[in-house]
Ligand binder design. Structure first.
Ligand SMILES: [Zn+2]
Length: 450
């Protein structure tokens, strides 16, 4: 079994989120290495999500809880929830249906899926409740989603059926390789399984790639490259030769207009796939987003639908993740933004600073109005004004609203932006509307357009 940090070939079940290539390697120099690198002129050693995560109070870990099991602190949880809500909305608008399934299941489920045959060493040992009752922490969500598919009869009218979940899964990583959020044992995956007829695969994958680009733009993800993994000689694959040829052709067509590399022999044994790589501050490439075709699981779970002529047919399964796991995504976002997230998922979007105790009431009113408008706002009255402004800058808070005697009397605030800009005093309601507009448009900038 190949381990993390090596190239995986012929991986037998859905491996969303897992492949990591230590860059620079000979293969990764080609093609997509020419795209813009996310850390152009920086001391990479200074950008480490573990250090930033601690300094910004995003997450922590405790030996008593266990390695690879980070605790998301209020600031990290606020940012993560904003991202999760965004992804759910994006998926809902694109016709996905969300489900909730448990992070563990009977041993037999993972025998059926093939995970126990192929990945047992990367799974936690089964929990034995009695001689014929063993539970397993799941290593992926596909088995449960296959059961969702077959919980009732399906017809061609149901397809493509897009089953999505931000779901928990587990991986028995060795303690030596765990670190921060990048390598963890408990994983929350942005996952979906799209069941479709073979002739729908091209349009479905093209739409998935569009969603991936939309999500990347909103989050500030800068892809290092797209990779199409195909069959190679001397390996065993499931499925019909004709279906593979058609599927590879459809994936190529879906990538039309995208710069990508082809990796012959890197397909999973169950189907070809497209991976979208990002590069972390240490120069390693990770798979963040993935689209994987699967001819195997529909067979294993005997999935079918009735086509328009009344015949029973097998659907194709497309595993896809727009942005991978929340853990790995945030390890990347923390580094690429150096903690200064776009306003829409900044943990605190606005901090209000009364200059003196006499403005406490006015500051509280601004915070209450901001929260009523759906913004994440706090008041800070501890210490000198200069000290509080420095604290806000250190916390990468996008907006600081200062309320002095003149502002309080007029119902105004003086707005200072994270990039150093100061705005002339303006009505508090206008300042909140400005922030709300930047949030609503998910702009990477601090001022709304126009
Ligand atoms: Zn899957």
């Amino acid at each position: 079994m190949l381990r993390y940090g090596t190239r995986r070939r012929g991986t037998p079940a859905c491996r969303t989120d897992f492949s990591v290539n230590e860059a620079p390697g000979p293969r990764s120099r080609s093609g997509y290495r020419s795209l813009r690198r996310p850390y152009p002129n920086r001391e990479r050693d200074m950008i480490d999500h573990r250090r930033l995560g601690r300094d910004l109070g995003l997450f922590t870990s405790d030996p008593l809880a266990g390695a690879g099991l980070p605790l998301w602190l209020p600031a990290g949880a606020a940012a993560r929830h904003a991202v999760e809500e965004y992804l759910r909305d994006l998926e809902r608008q694109a016709g996905y249906q969300h489900v909730v399934t448990p992070p563990l299941g009977r041993r037999e489920l993972f025998e059926r899926s093939g995970h126990l045959d192929h990945f047992a060493e990367e799974m936690f040992p089964p929990m034995r409740l009695s001689a014929d009752d063993e539970l397993v922490l799941r290593p992926s969500l596909c088995p449960h989603h296959a059961l969702v598919y077959r919980c009732r009869g399906r017809s061609w009218r149901d397809l493509p059926l897009r089953i999505a979940e931000m779901g928990g899964m587990y991986r028995a990583e060795r303690s030596g390789v765990l670190g921060g959020l990048a390598r963890v044992r408990a994983i929350s995956l942005n996952d979906a399984h799209n069941f479709c007829a073979l002739e729908q695969v091209g349009a479905e994958v093209a739409e998935i790639l569009r969603l991936i680009r939309v999500a990347h733009a909103a989050l500030g993800v800068r892809p290092a490259g797209f990779r199409l993994s195909l069959r190679g000689p001397g390996q065993r694959y499931v499925g019909e030769e004709d279906d593979w040829a058609r599927a590879e052709e459809l994936l190529r067509a879906a990538l039309d207009g995208v710069e990508y590399t082809e990796d012959v022999g890197a397909a999973a044994f169950y189907g070809p796939k497209i991976d979208i790589q990002v590069e972390d501050a240490a120069g390693r490439e990770w798979t963040l987003s993935t689209v994987q075709l699967d001819f195997d699981k529909p067979e294993r779970f005997d999935l079918s639908y009735i086509d328009s002529g009344g015949a029973r047919r097998r659907p194709v399964l497309v595993h896809r993740s727009l942005v991978g796991s929340m853990e790995r995504l945030f390890s990347y976002l923390i580094e690429v933004h150096e903690g200064a997230f776009p306003v829409w998922y900044a943990p605190v979007q606005l901090v209000v600073l009364p200059v003196a105790a006499a403005q406490d009431g006015a500051a509280d009113e601004v915070v209450a109005a901001a929260r009523a408008a759906g913004l994440r706002a706090e008041v800070d009255r501890s210490g000198s004004l200069g000290g509080r402004i420095r604290d806000a800058a250190q916390a990468r808070i996008p907006y600081v609203a200062v309320v002095g005697p003149r502002e309080a009397a007029a119902g105004h605030v003086s707005l200072r932006l994270r990039d150093g800009q100061h705005l002339a005093p303006l009505p508090a309601a206008d300042a909140l509307a400005l922030v709300a507009r930047v949030v609503a448009t998910r702009s990477p900038k601090l001022l709304p357009p126009g």
